[in-house]
Design a protein around this ligand. Structure first.
Ligand SMILES: [Zn+2]
Length: 584
């Protein structure tokens, strides 16, 4: 993890002097003790699983036994000759931080209780990576991508897309050698060069490592553990790489049948690939593989211990026409619907084929602006008037590793925030004079979207999640003076949503912790925090929040993929929460 690294090559302005680690003490998880209501889950509880004993995985094989994983020689899966790639500074490749303690030995059983399955994609990124991410997004499930450093250097946007979509990125060495043939320093260099490349692209390190061909020795295990990385092989080998770029249905069937053979295990770890040239048959087989494990009661998990669902975070905004909800649909387009009075409109298309997003804010009483992430990792914006006029998508540039957050102040100034490629927060504002430049806000944020809100007194509040999963706020006074990042605490695993209270004097933050929603009310200067109060639920996404007159409206995606809404009375305080209700 390169917690103090700033790349000069990030497109966003980099001010090295402003970068500092958000390394405050981890605070306690949001406590459900102060829950205002029992808050029934917004989605059907997962079916009780018979939970077979998690000990049916195959016994570890001897370390000297090569396992087939990808073609030999390895240059067939490298996007360019490693010798032609300028090395990143290895100074960035320190131990990963924020990882669970790396266990010793080699792991082959998917984490989590009940029946769990881990999808893993090796040797990328490659041409099929976007299609795989799109399928995973459509299902709202996590996976782990064991990238090769050389391949990451060729397709940096895909690496960032893996992060934006909530996937875990693992280390699969710099150029895919047989590690046991290398000296200790050679093996260490393979790990560290891959980590340095990934850190330069995303400011996130790897907590998991997979040795090429599954081959390792005691040195490999020791080096990975020293770097905070758990070593993961697999228990189900689809041998999908043998299909190459063939689209023949016989290959699709072979990959499918080998993948679902893992249904005999309680915790299969499935090996698939997304090398530079891609494996189209894997893409074709993937939805059926997911359907199979879903139908058989498995929960999808990543290998870093994350079991949360990965639905896209919705967006919400309120204009004179009513209450607007926006989401990214299965095709990657942004769609919008409006609650007029008590009637929801149908969905209307904003298009885009975006990687992530949306966020939205009312730019006037009669229109909103939506923002989303393009496949170049830049921010795109589109305005939608209450009368139905749309501007089309226009680029606001930048390089983001999260969904953006947006807000509009009482003065009409529009603010967009994001996490840059270097992990810092960034702010761009539109005033009467037009768009300003992207301004670095410093910090080192976890890859969850920050959010922004302006209060009546002219104070701008930006909230983000630190590497310790706690919330931090940074404020700019009406006079323009920035505070530092202030720790508010919590244990957050979602994008942050912020809104002013109805009276405009305070800020409401809504997040997901575990699978539940939580909210907190805080003064614009970061003081007077109420602590986290539970909203319950079983959230598959981060929340969206908007001020709707004297109400505060929260929207999330539930575990069943439906959109749920919960409403509170929003005055100086936020009280009187109703229950979760699914949108019709
Ligand atoms: Zn491999």
């Amino acid at each position: 993890m390169s917690s103090r690294r700033v790349r000069a090559t990030v497109v966003l302005c980099s001010l090295a002097g402003l970068l500092f680690a958000l390394a405050g003490p981890a605070h306690a998880a949001p406590s459900p003790a102060s829950a205002p209501s029992p808050a029934p889950a917004p989605s059907p509880a997962p079916a009780p699983s018979p939970a077979p004993a998690p000990s049916t995985a195959p016994a570890p094989t001897a370390t000297s036994t090569p396992l087939p994983e990808g073609p030999w020689p390895p240059d067939e899966i490298l996007a360019r000759p490693p010798a032609g790639v300028a090395p990143r500074s290895l100074a960035a490749a320190g131990p990963s931080t924020g990882c669970p303690a790396a266990p010793s030995g080699v792991q082959r059983t998917a984490p989590g209780s009940g029946k769990t399955v881990a999808l893993t994609f090796d040797d990328g990124p490659g041409v099929t990576t976007p299609a795989i991410l799109s399928i995973l997004q459509r299902y709202g499930i996590p996976a782990t991508f064991f990238n090769i450093g050389v391949n990451a250097s060729v397709r940096p946007a895909y690496v960032r897309s893996e992060l934006v979509t909530g996937m875990v990125i693992g280390n699969h060495t710099w150029d895919h050698p047989q590690l046991p043939t290398l000296s200790a320093s050679g093996q260490a260099s393979e790990m560290d060069r891959a980590t340095a490349e990934q850190s330069a692209l995303t400011a996130v390190g790897s907590c998991v490592f997979r040795p090429p061909y599954g081959e390792f020795n005691a040195t490999t295990l020791s080096l990975a553990q020293q770097r905070g990385m758990a070593v993961w092989n697999w228990s189900v080998d689809t041998e999908d790489w043998k299909a190459g770029t063939s689209t023949a249905s016989s290959w699709v069937e072979r990959i499918y049948s080998r993948a679902v053979a893992g249904g005999s295990q309680a915790h299969p770890v499935i090996l698939m690939h997304n090398p530079p040239a891609g494996i189209p048959a894997t893409v074709t087989a993937l939805p059926r593989i997911i359907d199979y494990y879903r139908a058989h009661g498995y929960r999808f998990v990543d290998l870093a211990g994350g079991t949360g669902q990965r639905a896209s975070t919705p967006a919400a905004a309120t204009t004179a026409a009513g209450l607007h909800v926006l989401v990214r649909n299965a095709a990657g387009n942004i769609i919008e619907r409006t609650l007029r009075g008590s009637t929801w409109s149908g969905w209307s298309q904003l298009g885009g084929s975006v990687v992530g997003g949306p966020a939205a804010a009312a730019t006037s009483s009669a229109g909103l602006a939506a923002v989303a992430i393009g496949n170049d990792n830049a921010v795109y914006r589109q305005t939608v008037s209450d009368g139905g006029a749309r501007s089309g998508w226009g680029s606001l540039s930048g390089v983001t590793t999260t969904r953006p957050g947006s807000g509009v102040g009482p003065d009409g100034v529009e603010s967009i925030v994001l996490r840059g490629a270097n992990g810092q927060g960034y702010l761009r504002q539109r005033t009467a004079a037009g768009w300003g430049a992207w301004v670095p806000l410093g910090g080192l944020l976890a890859p969850y979207a920050p959010s922004v809100a302006a209060t009546a007194g002219g104070v701008l509040t930006v909230a983000g999640v630190g590497g310790n999963h706690a919330m931090y706020v940074k404020t700019r006074s009406a006079g323009g003076a920035w505070s530092g990042w202030r720790l508010l605490g919590g244990s957050i695993n979602s994008d942050v949503a912020l809104s002013p209270t109805a009276d405009g004097t305070k800020v409401v933050a809504v997040v997901r912790g575990g699978q539940n929603g939580y909210y907190s009310v805080v003064n614009p200067d970061g003081t007077g925090w109420t602590g986290w109060r539970s909203l319950g639920g079983s959230l598959a996404s981060g929340p969206a929040v908007t001020r709707n007159g004297a109400a505060l409206e929260v929207f999330v995606i539930g575990g069943d993929g439906r959109i749920y809404r919960r409403t509170a009375t929003n005055g100086t305080a936020v009280t009187g929460w109703g229950g979760w209700g699914a949108l019709p």
